[in-house]
Ligand binder design. Sequence first.
Ligand SMILES: [Zn+2]
Length: 844
Amino acid sequence: MKIGLKLVFFLIILNFKVVYTQTKSPSEFLGFKLGERFTNHYQVINYFNHIADNNGNVKLIKYGETYEGRPLHLAMITSSKNYSNLENIRKNQLRAAGLIEGNFQKNDIAIVWLSYNVHGNEAVSTEVSMKTIYELVNPNNQNTKQWLENTVVIIDPCINPDGRERYVNWYNQKGNFPYNKNPDAAEHHEPWPGGRANHYLFDLNRDWAWATQKETQNRLVVYNEWLPNIHVDFHEQGVDQPYYFAPAAQPYHELLTDFQKDFQVTIGKNNAKYFDKNGWLYFTKEFFDLLYPSYGDTYPMNNGAIGMTYEQGGSGRAGLGIINKEGDELTLKDRIAHHFTTSMSTIEISSLNANKLSEEFYNYFKNANDPKGNYKTYILKNDNVDRINGLTKLLDRHKIEYGSVNSDKTYKGFSYITNEREKFKISENDLIVSTYQPKSNLVNALFEPHTKLSDSLTYDITAWSLPYARGLEAFATEDKIPVQPFKNKTVRTSLNDEVKPYAYISKWNSIEDVSFLAYLLQKKIKARFSKKPFSIDDKEYGAGSLIITRTGNQNNSYFDSIVKVAAKKFDRNVLAVNSGFVQSGKDFGSSSVTYIKPPKIAVLSGKGVSSLGFGAIWHFFEQQIQYQINVIDTDYFSSIDFHDYDVIILPSGNYNKLLNKNNLDDLGEWVQNGGNLIAINSALSVFASSDNFDISVYEDEKTKEAAEKSKDSLRKELRLKQYNTKERNYISNIINGGVFKATLDNTNPLGFGYKNYYYTLRQGSKRYAYLKNGNNVSVIKDKSDLVSGFVGKNAISSINESLVFGIENKGKGTVVYLVDDPLFRSFWENGKLLFSNAVFMVGQ
Ligand SMILES: [Zn+2]
């Protein structure tokens, strides 16, 4: 009996011991020490599964997949007590924010969200995530155990697995054994396009607010289900930089609260304490600002959290070890130690201040009753149903409420079109976004026409306002306008199955119309477009409208059913008509109604091409309109037969090497024979320096002077300036993503579907002259066209008569010059139709 009891007791102890030893450290689990090599993503996920399997207080969820099919995971860790109450904690957080019904119960629990490795080749972060989660469950770590009593830690081990694997696989293949710390060694020089971006080469740290990428879209769902108190985005900067952590640099968005700013300092000081103790270098308050609302720090800030960026020196350059400019070696192990230290320090300080964090989070969302910011209501005119629908889809992702009004009423406010205060009428169809809602600060950050700049030295663009980005007529008013649930009054006609009409007609003013056309063309349906506006059956159609006649499609026995399926699939209001005789405009047999030859498209990619510029085009065709393109690498571009293609697209890039005189002549000859060449942004410069193309850099006496000045006198001037004003002089010459209301010739196929203006996002100060012989389809006339954003004083004084978009006709072909990238980050929705016009309509 006695022995029996002892045995049972012994077995219990043994059993406990077994539970403890089952949780392995990353090194035990992986079979190598962290920092000795880069861990592949599947191994990281296996390790997180291992942790979740062996610890009752860890929840692992899969929240999505990447384009390449890798899983996206989140781990949630807290004390056993909190764990059994996890769903209540989550709901309570949303109640504090006012996003779900019910009263917030003060619980003094902080939710800390650690996001690792948004930039794939800043590959240390994911390694750190394993060490972080291990220490949070390590039974011997008394600190973490205590912190978890009032903290829920959410860990995303890798935001961007596709990019990281691109880097890690490359490094593991290219790296030497043992690694070579000489910076010249090939293992420190990633090939194009590098591992920073995701599959479609988007920078996911610019995508939070626009949510153009699958990774972001998936993450926003869970992010908005939790709304953490703290969010850290782990990064790496250059090899020679030390470590950066909060507080952030100016400019800050003006709606950040004092508590948010103060708590960044509190966190920073806690991090500094550990860095000081170890003698590690760091900096704060410099370089990384809090303005552009689409980062992993600003987006959380605009959602009530303390959002931060932490930057370790290293990145894709650093490998397992590299000698920096001071002659010291920076190893992956060092990088792990630093990011791990700030991970722990952040959890610690959050735990110590959990009750303050919880209270201030609640206060933040009190804005719902008393919103900050000048404007209380934003009004979007519903004159383009597809664009309004696209916007509401985005607002849904952010849990931003919107609505409409019951009756027409007149208000006074700021007009985005005229850039002035005026009277305007709200109608029942218009979309109303009030700031009297929990997400009021986010609403203001995304909609306000002018973002206040406390400092013009920012890391990114200074204008992004959604009405401009989406080309919507809008107003902002100081008045509170009560809203009703949104009624989107769109009437879709369903085509009768029996009908075998003379032709089908569909409008052309949105990206959904482009998808509809792309689908039809790939189903071998012959389509036409009208070069002139027309009316038929008492309905008005603008230039560019699609006319799909039975003529040309008689031999396709599925003709009617394909058009009907497409109309349904893309929700198009397609009109069936029994005659080609129009009430006004040109009849369907007119030469003004043009057959659309399905273009075979080549897009350049590879060395010399901007990976971001190319990626946006790739994503546009493949994911947005689903039209097949041929990606051609610059390595062998000159050996392909251009005549196999109808359209060749040169994304932004440096083509000076690729397009030598011979290649440029070949390309010119291909255009003469009917090719449609589309050159975007910096791709224009190679054509501007050739005499065979109409595009040229603007040159008048003033510009020459300015050029001279920038070369010599400016340098001289700078030498005489105080050292600390140099940066300021530099910025007077730049344009930091300013929005201009450019004129647009909407009778030209490139402008079909638009009004007679186009909001363009100008990022550089390079100015191209009006084409001498071609069509200047869109131009900035003078500085009064600037509507939003920061433009340096020298840059604005030399903006007049700038080309935005132009077309040169050469023989049977065309060259389309797109000075500003219409697909920028894929968030400039306003440019997508114009880009589609360049591809499908110009040159037909
Ligand atoms: Zn980064």
